[in-house]
Design a protein around this ligand. Sequence first.
Ligand SMILES: NC(=O)c1ccc[n+]([C@@H]2O[C@H](COP(=O)([O-])OP(=O)(O)OC[C@H]3O[C@@H](n4cnc5c(N)ncnc54)[C@H](OP(=O)(O)O)[C@@H]3O)[C@@H](O)[C@H]2O)c1
Length: 257
Amino acid sequence: MNTTVDRPSWAQPLTDLTGKTVLVIGGAGGVGEGVTRGLLAAGAHVIATARSETKLDEFAARLSSERLSTLRLDLAEPGLDAALAKAAAEHGGLDGAVVSVGDWGPQGRRDLVDLKDDEWAYLIENNLTSVFRALRGLVPVLAPGGALVHVNGGSAEIAWPGHAVLAMSAAAGKSLTRSLAVETRKSGVRVHDLILGVISTRPKRAAGMDHPAWIPAEEVGVHVAELLAGSSPLTGSVVQYFTSRQQGPTTTVPDLG
Ligand SMILES: NC(=O)c1ccc[n+]([C@@H]2O[C@H](COP(=O)([O-])OP(=O)(O)OC[C@H]3O[C@@H](n4cnc5c(N)ncnc54)[C@H](OP(=O)(O)O)[C@@H]3O)[C@@H](O)[C@H]2O)c1
């Protein structure tokens, strides 16, 4: 297995997901790969998704773990609820799920007043409706006592010129997750919104983009594993932030400028 993960200083000593199954939607993405690696390192069986089989094949070859399964899944396609229920049934149920999706769209950076209707619709579909559909489909298939983490971005809290629809979707995704967390209390499913700062991902590193202050995606994976296992001191908090590598995860709203 090619999934060793360096443990940050704040990591909890006892985080064991052995025998647990976790679905990571967007698991073959930049942040998703770090999350998948963190979950595998904690002993989980992980089902990672992407929209392309080719991407999944490359991903599986890179991670090379017997505890990794892959699933082609597009949150925009019909039949999503059934596809999620089928995945859960095939793997004997889901103990946890992570939603780590984002799509910057083909238009690139563009001021709000220059955005065309179809570009707006594309961005909403793939950054907000996708999150709603994922949350709606996942909650009923999670085992009682299971947990769900929505991976979100710091633009939920600040202006993001040129990417206003992504920022709006992040803020709306945070709101959706908070409401869902209250609605699922009676079913025993925990829901978290994890708001991230700038992440060092494998695709960025491969493109020569990195900075020591950026948070390695694998450290996000360590925290997500702790949240799902219930070993994190932040397990009782719905909204949490991981925007400083030095500080680690926190519930204190950061000054994101
Ligand atoms: N990278 C950062 O520095 C950073 C910082 C803060 C927060 N975040 C957050 O982390 C999350 C993931 O971002 P990322 O950087 O990992 O992006 P990424 O590398 O582009 O990965 C995004 C993933 O989302 C999937 N996806 C997008 N639309 C989808 C849809 N309709 N159905 C199914 N899957 C879909 C993509 O699938 P395909 O693989 O098929 O394309 C991909 O796996 C986002 O919420 C983002 O805001 C990232």
